[in-house]
Design a protein. Structure first.
Length: 270
């Protein structure tokens, strides 16, 4: 074989080997495509499952929620007002039908001089907001959850979890809640609780209550319970008699102005 032919053959073989190596190197990244976990494969905690049922991400994508509601206890109207809260719960205001109002900004609460029940201003500022936004606040900073257990309440089996708080969280870190969520829908039907604002923990635990959520309506594809009932409650006997109720007459998401929660002049800090 001539020298020229041998050289040509060697060059051809080198070209084939080089091309083959380039093709193999080019194909390698396609074999290393990462596996993306599907939604169905996500491992959610019990509270995250509830938050997903309430479309938390969608909820927080809105600026604020506005509800017109009336709350009654013992047959008497306790509060009749329009309530507006930022969806992240950091600011809010309650505008009562009698013209008085309550504002809160973080840990500070202010009320108009004509508020009739000024002693309850802090309670009103945070309690109704918390009950309304509760399904989206399950994993707030400082929350401590027990393991999920099955529990019977009102002749139905629920997923049950107890919520407590780290020290110095909010106005009432000694409060606790027991959540009863439907195993099929993951919506919350009942929440047992104690209120330690203006009372000792011992006195609060001697008088626990529960709130029942019903009449869910979809507001921008987000479930909002438009009827609440308040009950006497005990760990041994469950729900007792109805002691109060609340009705949301209307609910909507709104975009608030930059000064919507500015504290008006003359308001009193509580």
């Amino acid at each position: 074989m001539s020298t020229i032919l041998k050289s040509s053959l060697v060059c051809f073989l080198l070209l084939v080997i080089s091309t083959s190596c380039k093709e193999e190197n080019k194909a390698t990244p396609e074999l290393e495509t990462p596996v993306i976990e599907s939604v169905a494969e996500k491992k959610l905690s019990a509270t995250e499952t509830i938050e997903e049922a309430y479309k938390k991400d969608n909820f927080l994508s809105h600026d604020a929620i506005e509800v017109d509601m009336v709350i009654s206890f013992g047959g008497n109207v306790r509060l009749d007002a329009k309530m507006t809260y930022l969806t992240n719960s950091t600011k809010g205001k309650i505008e009562l039908k009698d013209g008085s109002s309550i504002y809160y900004d973080g840990a500070k609460v202010f009320h108009s001089a004509d508020l009739k029940n000024a002693k309850a201003a802090r309670f009103d500022a945070y309690t109704w907001m918390y009950f309304l936004l509760f399904p989206n606040k399950l994993n707030d900073q400082g929350t401590i959850w027990s393991d999920v257990e099955s529990a019977e309440l009102n002749n139905k089996t629920y997923n049950s979890q107890r919520l407590t708080f780290e020290a110095n969280i909010g106005d009432a870190p000694d409060d606790w809640y027991i959540v009863y969520s439907d195993p099929k829908t993951n919506l919350i039907d009942y929440v047992a609780y104690i209120v330690t604002v203006n009372k000792s923990t011992e006195a609060a635990e001697a008088d626990p209550h529960a709130i029942g959520y019903s009449n869910f309506k979809m507001i921008d594809d987000i479930p909002v319970a438009h009827n609440w009932e308040f009950y006497e409650w005990s760990s041994t006997n469950g729900l007792g008699k109805v002691i109060g109720d609340a009705t949301i007459r209307s609910a909507k998401f709104v975009k608030t102005a930059p000064n919507a929660f500015d504290i008006p002049k003359g308001f009193i800090e509580k």
